[in-house]
Every structure is written in structure tokens, then in C-alpha cells.
Ligand binder design. Structure first.
Ligand SMILES: [Zn+2]
Length: 289
């Protein structure tokens, strides 16, 4: 199935901190990357690594799955062995079986045996971010004494980080689980970065632009891979045929000889699509496991 592109969502987002944000590299500094400025100089800028956002999204998605049933997501220490536990080895079994035998979280985010369906880019500042120092110490968990510090923590207080999430060959349930996790972060229920328990890292997520692409004409509905693949593929990967989400006013235009496309740069509209998809993982996980 990964050899073909049935559907794809390109979602451009902006993350806007609502409380001070600290994503650490080392002890006290915000993580930085080198970037070329318009006048050709190399500059160091604070940024949010895609792996950082992805980690928070996956962890929350797994929490949601386990709330329904503990077996719907494997545990961190077991993740690498999600497949081996079931007597499967990498490269020895066909891709469809690896997929079928993986937990619902691994089906979406990948494991050592199957590729992830969701990619997250690094998020770079769109405006010059404001940062400040916060006084901090690290407390020894056992003695309660100051283990490290005091030192100044560098937190970002005013910024807008922009990046992109790409979801390929997704079922409506998978779009739903990703949406549910993103919306919980956007609503401030889940924080990013360091010192979350002290109120840091609450963010707002703006949906800047969404572009859907489908291998068939999609009118009035977002089409999941089950609605686009043939019966053989559906059976191999244990995907429901009834894999569509009715959306009023959803109109795809022909992009080329193969694909149909739907674009929106309306934050409220994109959010409404994601909200509609969000609960759909619940039925799907109970069918596909
Ligand atoms: Zn797993």
C-alpha cells in the first residue's frame, strides 16, 4: 500500500505559545538551529524540532487509545518489540501482516517494521521570538535539596513557529486520532516542552492551510484509504470499506490526470473538518484493533 498514494493531507500549522515555552537542548537553553538569513549570513534561531511535537502528539494519542482499551497502544519500552512480541521479525513477514499485527498507535506513527503515515517538519519562527530568563533550579527527587543550579532558564514568551504535518494513505480513524491529539494541544489541555507541571508550554495551534489530495473524485466527503483502495488491499490490511467522512461543501477539483484536490486557508473551516474527524478513531480501533 505504501507504494501507492491514495490520499494525503498537507496541513500547515502555526504554534503560538500562550505561556512561556522551553524546549531544551542541554541544561538551560532553548534548542537552536542554524539558518541562512536573507542577506546571506548564518544565524542561530530557536525552533521547535518536528520530533519534539511528534513525541507529544504520539504520547497523547496513545493515552487516548489506552483510555478505551490498554491493548490499543503498546508501551514505550515495548515499542521496538511490538511486532516481535507476537513472534514476527522484521523483513521476514510481508508488509500487510506487519501492519495488521501492529497496535493502532504504531499503524499511524510507525514502528521498526512499518513506516509512519504522519510526518512532522521542524517549526521555525515566523517573527523574531522574544525570550527571557527564568530563575530555575533542579531539585534532587530523593533528598529534596538543590541538585543543580540555581541557573537561568531561557524561555520563549512571544513567538510564532510555523511548520507542516503530512499524513499519507490514512483511514478516517487515523485522521481522527491525529486530529483529536492536535486539537487537545490547541485547546491547551496538553503542553509542549519542559516544566509542563509548572504551567509552561501551553500553546495555541492555528491551521494556516490544509490541502487534501485523493486518487478519486471526493465530493461531499473526505475519503479514507478504505474508500480508495480495492478489495484485495482492504482485506490484506484489514481496512473498512465504509471509510469516508461526510462534510458539507467539500468539493474536490481535478489536479491532474490522477488526483483530485481540496484546499482551504480558513482556520475555522479546517478546525471544523478536524473536529468532525476526531471521534472516528473510536469505532475504527474497535474494528481493526
Ligand atoms: Zn505498537
Amino acid at each position: 500500500m505504501h507504494g501507492r498514494l491514495y490520499n494525503q493531507l498537507d496541513l500547515e500549522i502555526a504554534i503560538i505559545p500562550q505561556t512561556p515555552l522551553l524546549i531544551k537542548s542541554g541544561q538551560k537553553q532553548f534548542v537552536r538551529t542554524r539558518r541562512r538569513t536573507p542577506n546571506g549570513d548564518i544565524d542561530e534561531v530557536v525552533y521547535i524540532p518536528g520530533s519534539s511535537l511528534r513525541g507529544v502528539v504520539r504520547a497523547h494519542a496513545e493515552r487516548l487509545l489506552r483510555t478505551l482499551n490498554d491493548n490499543y497502544a503498546c508501551y514505550v519500552e515495548a515499542k521496538k518489540f511490538c511486532l516481535r512480541q507476537k513472534g514476527l521479525k522484521e523483513n521476514e513477514e510481508a508488509a500487510p501482516r506487519l501492519y495488521r499485527e501492529s497496535c493502532y498507535a504504531c499503524k499511524l506513527f510507525g514502528n521498526t517494521g512499518i513506516a509512519s503515515r504522519v510526518q512532522m517538519s521542524d517549526l521555525y519562527p515566523a517573527i523574531v521570538p522574544l525570550s527571557e530568563s527564568r530563575f530555575g533550579v533542579a531539585i534532587d527527587r530523593i533528598t529534596g535539596a538543590v541538585a543543580v543550579g540555581p541557573f537561568d532558564l531561557e524561555v520563549v514568551t512571544d513567538a510564532r513557529f510555523e511548520g507542516r504535518i503530512v499524513l499519507r494513505n490514512f483511514t478516517i480513524g487515523q485522521l481522527g486520532l491525529l486530529s483529536a491529539a492536535l486539537l487537545d494541544i490547541a485547546d491547551g489541555l496538553i503542553a509542549l516542552g519542559h516544566a509542563k507541571s509548572r504551567g509552561l508550554g501551553r500553546v495555541r495551534i492555528e491551521c494556516v492551510r490544509a490541502q487534501f489530495r485523493f486518487a478519486q473524485e471526493a465530493n461531499g466527503a473526505i475519503l479514507g484509504v478504505g474508500a480508495l483502495a480495492d478489495e484485495t488491499v482492504r482485506k490484506l490490511y484489514n481496512i473498512l470499506e465504509e471509510d469516508r467522512l461526510s462534510v458539507e461543501g467539500f468539493r474536490a477539483v481535478r489536479r491532474d490526470t490522477v488526483y483530485y484536490q481540496v484546499d482551504s486557508d480558513n482556520d475555522a473551516q479546517i478546525r471544523e473538518w478536524l473536529s468532525k474527524a476526531a471521534p472516528r478513531w473510536i469505532n475504527e480501533v474497535q474494528y481493526a484493533g
